[in-house]
Design a protein around this ligand. Structure first.
Ligand code: SAM
Length: 388
């Protein structure tokens, strides 16, 4: 029998009615007796039904809503959900190279599903509740999309927080790498050895815009497998890739060669050290992308992260040529758009350079944002131009 969990907090009740999908542990009556990942029906204090959710009594986010209806999260439930998601996603992106399921953003908390080249799927189950339901979810994926090989990249820090194993497993014959095309650029993706689900689809449109500004010497800082630099390589004189991961740098090279671009410089190095070396050598660039990993995933380290972003940006601003362009981004969910604006403003002042904001950057269309749930909005950035 599915147990009931009473939501006592008025603001939580209002948020749920708006479509917010999380309930916090101080907003419910009693979590005693619930197991991690167990299904529950949320009710108000009068006993009126609110939603079907799964619970984690040991987490600050103690319940995540799967549906506003009384449902059983079986194969049929996931089939219906997936069909609906696909119906709108296929109108905004090439489904074969996209984030098909973006967890809370698509109303499926904890579930991530990416499609690579229309050939291989990559999934993540980031909570105990999602992990418990992975068989039903994957069966529904097979029914709706077809019987594709799936790599399950259960390596996220969120899993550690939920005391779940951090592991990579496969279903079917998953290749080590897969070739996709994005913005007309061929990208070889290291599926098994790569980061996250294999690639960062969330920057698709930003990479395209980056390419539109390409000229002269281009710097792709925190390049991963080179998405930003590759989009600029056609028009640039040279593209310098910097990443601390050897696999990432190897794939930058492979991808440049694959596209017939010969102007690459590949630097496996800590980005801060690389910046110091560029400064020492008095090197400047016409176009720079700064796309660091999330500097914080917890409020406790937010202040330190803000300082980190400010230092990074200030230092990089001294590498921009006159008339040059910088794409600067942050994927830390806790650093919101306003905070990031302030960070960049301060960094501009302390760099002593004259930079103007000429555009904003956001997460790709398939990383859908749930209204009233700002937590689904995580990627933000600015396009800056040096005008002095
Ligand atoms: C958000 S990802 C970049 C994604 C890439 N720009 C894209 O859109 O495809 C961040 C990258 O920074 C790299 N990285 C992390 N810490 C680093 C450091 N201290 N110096 C250089 N690279 C670092 C990681 O290996 C990862 O490839």
């Amino acid at each position: 029998m599915v147990k009931e969990l009473i939501v006592k907090d008025k603001r939580a009740l209002r948020r749920i009615s708006y479509g917010y999908l999380w309930v916090y542990s101080n907003e419910v009556k009693d979590l005693k007796g619930f197991e991690e990942g167990e299904l529950c029906y949320l009710t108000d204090s009068k006993g009126d039904f609110l939603a079907t959710a799964y619970v984690n009594p040991h987490s600050l986010i103690c319940a995540r809503i799967l549906s506003g209806k009384k449902i059983k999260p079986n194969i049929q439930f996931f089939e219906n959900k997936l069909k609906k998601i696909i119906e709108y996603k296929r109108k905004i992106v090439d489904l074969k190279n996209s984030r098909i399921v973006f967890a809370e953003g698509d109303g499926l908390p904890g579930f991530i599903l990416d499609f690579y080249g229309g050939k291989v799927l990559s999934a993540q189950f980031n909570t105990k509740g999602a992990d418990n339901l992975k068989e039903e979810f994957l069966k529904a994926v097979e029914i709706v999309l077809g019987d594709y090989p799936v790599v399950i990249k259960n390596q996220s820090v969120f899993r550690e927080k939920e005391n779940l194993d951090v592991e990579v497993s496969t279903k079917g014959n998953v290749p080590d790498e897969v070739l996709i095309e994005e913005n007309g650029i061929k990208m070889l993706i290291p599926l098994l050895k790569g980061q996250k689900t294999g690639y960062y689809f969330d920057q698709r449109e930003n990479k395209k815009r980056f390419g539109e500004f390409a000229k002269g010497e281009v710097l792709d800082l925190f390049s991963y497998i080179g998405g930003f630099g590759l989009n600029a390589a056609q028009k640039a004189e040279s593209v310098t890739f910097v990443d601390s991961s050897q696999t990432a740098i190897d794939y930058c090279k492979k991808n440049m060669e694959l596209n017939g671009f010969e102007s690459g410089e590949y630097i496996k190095m800590d980005a801060f050290k690389a910046i110091r070396e560029f400064k020492k050598a008095k090197r400047e660039f016409d176009l720079i992308s700064i796309d660091p990993p999330a500097f914080t995933k917890s409020r406790k380290t937010l202040d330190r992260a803000i300082k980190g972003y400010a230092n990074l940006n200030r230092e990089v601003f001294s590498l921009v040529k006159k008339g040059g362009i910088v794409f600067t981004m942050s994927c830390s969910r806790l650093v919101d758009i306003q905070t990031f604006d302030r960070i960049v403003e301060k960094a501009i002042v302390s760099s002593g350079k004259k930079l103007r904001v000429i555009g904003r950057l956001y997460q790709a269309f398939d990383h859908t944002v749930l209204p009233f749930m700002k937590e689904t909005e995580y990627l933000k950035g600015l396009i800056l131009m040096r005008i002095d």
